[in-house]
Design a protein around this ligand. Structure first.
Ligand SMILES: [Zn+2]
Length: 361
């Protein structure tokens, strides 16, 4: 058994991993327990064919993790599942069992440049590069199975050079940005300017963007999304932008609903502006998430439009992929038609060809 933990434990772990000890995880579903709505004879939903958010650590990052997890910059210990050495074959076995044909792999190279690593390692840019190179090689090692996103820290001086290095690499679909882990701040004009330059480069290179955009601000929410929509997102032009965890960091709480609510308002006001924007539903709820939180999320999914949402697991944090998509996913109270739209949603950037065709002559 590869994953010996429940989806709920996985959700907690995912949040701890990214936030290093904020209380956000504890609030998700801990107060009100509702019985699972999943029953053995629930109608089967359409198969998820593409998982839009998965991680497999590279050897460079696995070597680095003992230093990172022992760093005085961390507030809490690294969860065991986070440090476990899953192989690409482990993920493929999970995909095959779940009927998932392809996964978008988010390189965890950005961990090397996390400010949680204290003191910073002089060799961090080399670890980042090695992690990204190893991830890129998965595209050719397992043809068709993986789309590859290199990791960058958007507020590090290595961000644009790293993007330049992979700009014309046909194995690479895009970049993964982890705002919480990089401790970028959407209320700091210099950080916003750096993010804008990264998005501008994504426009020039066609590198699709995947962004975990929740910051560490306790009152993260609508005002941060407003800054993002005004100063950052337009720089990407029509390049695909996928927003992780429905604009949160895993789980449903006030700040995440505030952020997604701000997106809903902006999208309802001008749908044409958001043709390139998707939200992934990775680790946003689990088997214990309260019914009113699920209802609040479902309402926002409807306002934004199910066609803007994509299936995702945040592997290895959600438990077995087959269970996650068959049992945990259906808890969100959407109609069968809405679920079919989301579960079969495969935007252009999913394809093998995207990574090649994004490269301009
Ligand atoms: Zn993730």
């Amino acid at each position: 058994m590869i994953l010996g933990f429940s989806a709920r434990a996985g959700l907690l772990i995912a949040s701890l991993f990214v936030t290093a000890g904020t209380a956000a995880a504890e609030t998700a579903g801990a107060e009100t327990r509702t019985p699972s709505t999943v029953t053995a004879d629930a109608p089967p939903h359409a198969a998820v064919t593409v998982d839009h958010h998965a991680h497999v650590h590279s050897p460079a990052i696995l070597d680095f993790l003992p230093k990172y997890c022992g760093s005085e910059g961390r507030i809490g210990p690294c969860p065991e599942v986070f440090t476990r050495a899953y192989s690409p074959e482990d993920l493929i076995a999970e995909m095959d069992a779940a009927g998932v044909a392809r996964s978008l792999i988010m390189s965890t190279g950005y961990l090397a440049e996390s400010p949680m690593m204290q003191p910073p390692l002089p060799e961090a840019p080399g670890i980042l590069r090695a992690a990204n190179e190893w991830s890129a090689a998965l595209a050719t090692r397992y043809p068709g199975r993986f789309g590859i996103y290199i990791g960058i820290n958007p507020v590090s001086s290595s961000a644009l050079p790293e993007m330049a290095h992979f700009a014309r690499d046909p194995r690479v679909t895009g970049i993964k940005i982890h705002i919480t882990n990089s401790d970028a701040n959407l209320r700091d004009p210099q950080n916003v300017a750096k993010l804008a330059s990264v998005f501008e480069m994504s426009h020039r290179t066609g590198l699709a963007v995947m962004i975990h955009m929740r910051t560490r601000a306790e009152d993260y929410g609508a005002r941060d999304v407003e800054t993002f929509l005004r100063d950052v997102l337009p720089q990407a032009g029509d390049t695909p932008v996928q927003i992780a965890h429905a604009a949160g960091w895993g789980g449903i709480d006030g700040p995440t609903l505030s952020a997604l609510g701000a997106f809903a308002e902006a999208i309802e006001a001008d749908r044409d502006r958001f043709g390139n924007v998707t939200f992934d539903l990775a680790a946003v709820w689990d088997e214990d998430t309260a019914a009113d939180d699920l209802e609040a999320l479902a309402t926002l999914v409807r306002r934004i439009g199910p066609e803007h949402f994509v299936a995702a697991s945040d592997f290895p944090f959600g438990g077995h992929l087959a269970d996650y998509y068959a049992k945990v996913y259906p808890r969100l109270p959407l109609t069968d038609a809405e679920w079919t739209t989301i579960r079969t949603n495969t935007p252009d950037y999913d394809s093998v060809d995207y990574a090649k065709e994004r490269i301009r002559p």
